[in-house]
Design a protein around this ligand. Sequence first.
Ligand SMILES: [Zn+2]
Length: 266
Amino acid sequence: MGLIAAIIGLGLVGLCLRTVPTVLMETNLVGGIAGPLTGIPASPPRTAAPAAPTPSMSIDPTTETNPSAEPAKLQAKRKAKSLQKVEVPASGPGTYHAADKSVRPTTAAGSLIRYDVRVEKGLSIDPDKAAILIQGILDDKRSWRSTGHWRFELAPVGGPATLHAYIVTPETTDRLCAPYLTRGEVSCQNGNRVVLNAKRWLLGVDSYGSDLTNYRRYLVNHEFGHALGKHHVDCPGPGRLAPVMMQQTKGLGACRKNPWPQATED
Ligand SMILES: [Zn+2]
């Protein structure tokens, strides 16, 4: 199986999708928990913009003696290292490691939705850690629970879950999302599945830069938002916060990144 080297700056991500129009429609083809589609067109290609250009790989930016420049240099070095280390297999076996944690919501308000989490074998993602991270996002006061209409409970695989989250390789994403076209690049919600593309989970996206924490918040809130029946919306205006149901993976347009649902998205 091929490996997708996660080296920012090569401008490879999304190239193949640029000429393909967005054909994903907000239609409920599958039914199930809420159904609308959620394939997201790919982001534009990454631009070659590493934070700290170094003339030679042998130069260690931390040897810089200017104290005022050091934090930025260190940050840049860390970013570069972390991005270069991550590799996402293009495909996997289609079998999963199950998260077996159970985490109840911390609110009593709203309809309870139980979900479980699977991570495709071959990915360097700990299923329990990922599941707890997802639950932390969904149970955050800024997430959908803020509406008072929903709350989420993480259930162990094999338990009472009615919604199933997957973190899977690009190829398996395409398979689990069909007939929606994710093209190995984006994520989806399809019937009772929330399918998070490991490529996006591990690498994030241009529009969020190195802010993987907030991109994952966006990704989870957006795809689970589809499971609640939420549809895509556009940027409401220049300088405004992007709605979480805007396709922020594709780009932010004139909006500012925002990973949380806003009151208007209730
Ligand atoms: Zn979507």
